[in-house]
Design a protein around this ligand. Structure first.
Ligand SMILES: [Zn+2]
Length: 475
C-alpha cells in the first residue's frame, strides 16, 4: 500500500497551484466551445509540468491533450472547464447575486473538474518519473460538456483510439464511485418551410411553418405516453418565425432534445420523432428538414475499474472537511429545500442524516437510489475505452447541479478539499491500473464482452462538425 500513499503525497505537493488554477477558471466563465482562456490556462499548466502537448484535439481549438511517459499502458484522465449561461453568482454569497459580466457561471463545478483531473495526471506523471515505470498518463482537456458533446466528436476523430482506460469525476454532494447511469441523447433541429402570406387578407394562400411546429409538438406530447421507460423529450423554439402575427410564418426551427437509456433505443425514438415531424409537414403542406446538432451515448460501466476505485475510496476515507467548511456549507444548505436535501440522499442510496451538511462518508459503490439522470459526453468515451468515474463531494449536501448555489460554492474551502480528495482517488486508481496488469486485463475483457453484444455506433453522422469558433482576438 506504500505506492498509494506516495501518490497521495505527490498530489499534496501541487495543491496550491491547482487550487489557484481552479479559481482562475471560475473567475472567467466561458460557454461551450468558447473556452479560450480556460484552455490557455490548462495548456500552460501542462507545459510547465513537462507534458507533451497536442493542441486542438479533433480540430477543436479549445481541446488540449498532454501526455507524459514512454511505452506501457495509456491512462487517460478527463477534465472539463466550460460554464453555463445564466448561472453567474458571487463567490461565497448565500443569496442570488450575479457577477457583472456575461451572466455565465460555473454552476456545474467544471472549474474544479478540470483542475482536479490535471492535478491527478500531474501526480501520476511525477510517480512515473520518480520510479522509471513504463506507461503513459494523459490529461484530456475536454470542452463543451454542457450541450456541446465535444467528447463525442473527439471519440469520432479517434482521440482515444490507443487509450487503455479512462478516468474522470464530477462534483457532487457525496463522494464515491459513480453509478454508470446516464441517458443517451440527440439534439435535432427541425426546420419547417411553408409560404408567407397576409394572415387576414390572404390566409388561404399561406402555408404556416409555425402551425407545423405546433402540430409536431402535439404529436410528440402524445408520443410521451408510449416511450420506453426513462426516455425523455424536450423542445425549444430556435426560431418561431418572427414577431408579426399578421404574417403567415414561412420558416420555423424547433430543437428537439431526445433522450433514452441506451443508444439503440435512442435511434428508434429519434426515428419516431422524425415521423411525427413528417406528419406535421404533411398536415400543413410544408416541408421539413433536419440537422443533428449533437449527440451523446449512455455510460457503459466497468466493474473491475469501479471495484478498484472503490478500494481507493475506502483506503483514503471521506474528504477531510473541518468546522470552518461546515459553517460555510451550512449557510448554503439553509437556502436549499428539505426536498433538495432528501433527493441527494435518495439518489445516492445513503441513509438520510438531518444534521449533516457535508459528506462525511463514502457512498456505497455505484450507489443507485431513485431519481432521474441526465446525460454526459463521457458516455461516448466509455463505449470505446473502459471508463470509470468518481463523484467527489464539493458542495453542501442537496446542492443541485446547474444552480446559483453550485456556482457560489465553487471557490470555497470545502470545494477545494473535495477537488484535492478526488484527485487523490483518480491518481491512485490510475497508478493501480498502470502497475496491475491483471486489473487492466479484466477491465478490457469486460469491456470487450459488452461491445460484442452491442457494438458502438457513433450517434453523430460524419457530416456533423463541432460548432467551433475562432479565438475572439484572432485576426
Ligand atoms: Zn457537469
Amino acid at each position: 500500500m506504500r505506492n498509494s500513499d506516495e501518490i497521495w503525497a505527490l498530489v499534496d505537493d501541487h495543491v496550491p497551484e491547482f487550487r489557484a488554477l481552479s479559481d482562475r477558471i471560475w473567475d472567467q466563465p466561458e460557454l461551450a466551445y468558447d473556452e479560450f482562456a480556460a484552455v490557455a490556462e490548462h495548456t500552460a499548466a501542462l507545459e510547465s509540468q513537462g507534458f507533451r502537448l497536442t493542441r486542438a484535439v479533433a480540430g477543436i481549438p479549445t481541446a488540449v491533450m498532454g501526455e507524459f511517459g514512454e511505452g506501457g499502458p495509456v491512462i487517460a484522465i478527463l477534465g472539463e472547464y466550460d460554464a453555463l449561461p445564466g448561472l453567474s453568482q458571487q463567490a461565497g454569497v448565500t443569496s442570488p447575486a450575479a457577477m457583472p459580466g456575461s451572466g455565465a457561471g460555473h454552476g456545474c463545478g467544471h472549474n474544479l473538474l478540470g483542475a482536479s483531473a490535471l492535478l491527478a495526471a500531474t501526480a501520476v506523471k511525477d510517480y512515473l518519473k520518480a520510479h522509471g515505470i513504463k506507461g503513459r498518463v494523459r490529461y484530456y482537456g475536454c470542452p463543451a460538456e454542457e450541450g456541446g458533446a465535444a467528447k463525442t466528436f473527439m471519440v469520432r476523430a479517434g482521440a482515444f483510439s490507443d487509450v487503455d482506460i479512462a478516468i474522470s469525476w464530477h462534483p457532487s454532494s457525496f463522494s464515491g464511485v459513480n453509478a454508470p447511469r446516464s441517458l443517451a441523447n440527440m439534439r435535432i433541429d427541425f426546420t419547417f418551410t411553408g409560404r408567407a402570406s397576409h394572415a387576414a387578407a390572404s390566409p388561404h394562400l399561406g402555408r404556416s411553418a409555425l402551425d407545423a411546429a405546433e402540430l409536431m409538438n402535439v404529436g410528440a406530447n402524445y408520443l410521451r405516453e408510449h416511450m420506453p421507460q426513462g426516455a425523455r423529450l424536450h423542445y425549444a423554439y430556435i426560431d418561431a418565425g418572427g414577431a408579426a402575427p399578421n404574417v403567415v410564418q414561412s420558416r420555423v426551427t424547433i430543437r428537439y432534445l431526445i433522450r433514452s437509456e441506451t443508444l439503440p433505443e435512442l435511434r428508434d425514438l429519434a426515428d419516431r420523432v422524425r415521423r411525427i415531424a413528417a406528419g406535421a409537414a404533411m398536415m400543413t403542406e410544408t416541408q421539413v428538414s433536419e440537422q443533428i446538432v449533437s449527440a451523446v451515448s449512455n455510460l457503459v460501466g466497468n466493474t473491475p475499474l469501479e471495484q478498484a476505485m472503490h478500494r481507493q475510496f475506502e483506503r483514503l476515507g471521506p474528504p477531510p472537511f473541518d468546522e470552518a467548511d461546515r459553517e460555510v456549507a451550512a449557510a448554503f444548505a439553509a437556502t436549499l429545500s428539505p426536498q433538495d436535501r432528501l433527493a441527494a440522499y435518495n439518489r445516492m442510496g445513503v441513509p438520510y442524516d438531518p444534521d449533516a451538511v457535508l459528506c462525511d462518508l463514502i457512498a456505497p459503490p455505484c450507489a443507485e437510489g431513485d431519481g432521474a439522470s441526465g446525460s454526459t459526453d463521457v458516455g461516448d468515451v466509455s463505449w470505446v475505452v473502459p471508463t470509470v468515474q468518481a463523484r467527489g463531494a464539493t458542495c453542501a449536501i442537496g446542492t443541485q447541479l446547474h444552480s446559483w448555489q453550485m456556482t457560489g460554492q465553487g471557490k470555497t474551502g470545502h470545494a477545494h478539499k473535495g477537488m484535492v480528495h478526488t484527485a487523490k482517488i483518480m491518481a491512485a486508481t490510475a497508478l493501480n491500473a498502470l502497475t496491475d496488469g491483471d486489473l487492466l486485463a479484466r477491465a478490457k475483457a469486460e469491456h470487450a464482452a459488452k461491445m460484442a453484444v452491442t457494438p458502438y455506433v457513433c450517434p453523430l453522422p460524419d457530416s456533423v462538425e463541432p460548432p467551433v469558433r475562432g479565438r475572439p482576438d484572432a485576426a
